[in-house]
Design a binder for this molecule. Sequence first.
Ligand code: SF4
Length: 426
Amino acid sequence: MNQNSRIESGSCLDAPILKERGQREVFCGLTGIIWLHRKMQDAFFLVVGSRTCAHLLQSAAGVMIFAEPRFGTAILEEKDLAGLADAHDELDREVARLLERRPDIKQLFLVGSCPSEVIKIDLSRAAERLSQIHAPHVRVLNYSGSGIETTFTQGEDACLEAMVPVLPETDAANLLLVGALPDVVEDQALSLLRDMGISDLSVLPADRADALPAVGPNTKFALLQPFLGETTAALTRRGATHIPAPFPFGEEGTTLWLRAVADEFGVTEEEFERVTAAPRARARKAVSAQAIGLNGKSIFFFPDSQLELPLARFLTRECGMTAIEVGAPYIHKGVVGPDMELLQVGTVSEGQDVDKQLDRCREARPDLTVCGLGLANPLEAEGLSTKWAIELVFTPVHFYEQAGDLAGLFSRPLRRKSLLMQGAAE
Ligand code: SF4
């Protein structure tokens, strides 16, 4: 951690939040399929949508030429509205064809989208009917990835929420980690916790349908991603208890997250120190190397990934940045409250009115602006340095070993800009 610039006091937890409900600029929840299909090895995501949905998925995920893809789009046209019964029959036929051709599929997600033709189809009824037809070989669930929701990370939240009711029941005092992380990062987290002696632990989503984690009244769960508000509510309804903690971004965030879990499972201080001392030191060193380029710089977050508040906590406390405005699509204080408690910021905003927010950003002229792809180019053209918010979800950034890379994601655009300016001056 950058000790010189660390903010020792101040919290935005109880500060007023600027709430905006205007036009917004974000991707839709279908985007989550791109990382979820890699996590769940025997799942297939069938988007019930339009040609636009098919194009979004193909351009975002790239066309897989050599592999059998594990997502696809059942395209509904206006004419399908002629009879909803026909649309259901057509869906049943498509699913039967798919499952016959792909016996490796064990979980099928029907993913709703926002075209009006799709909204009229009751996908939960379709999922129930198809589950009965294809049980026990395949479980069919549904969720919405629609662009009518406010942000793209809601797709993962909706997917995991849909899985919670089918998780097996247990009375065991187990630990559940919730959120899809790249395998290598997930393995690091599991290994740190196992080294502390916590052995009954599992992850949602599991990589296979037959390895679903069990949940019950003695289950405690810790979130790996801050955008899982609905999944948190669903797990709580199953009797599980949420362990509130700052998110594991950076050395401090990771340590506080691990400590919150360790405390729940009776890990001693000595044991905690033994397991975390070395990776903490590595993380601190890696972050300080990158923080040199961030210290004293200002940052402005447009609402996009829902990672904004925990990232702002990391950047202000560990990298010495000043947060002018931190916008988030939603603020669940039950989820991001522990990060907010540690964060000092000019303005916290929830929701978006993009024109007003652009005006505030232009006026503040931050050194770095984190925003969606659609805003980044125009802002760059106005001389502002930007960072694409979506990159933060696709890049391994959690836990100790990634802390330096996380800081590097923010320091790189600033370094690039200063090199360009130097070049222009020569
Ligand atoms: S779900 Fe809606 S926003 Fe997303 S690609 Fe389909 S039509 Fe577009």
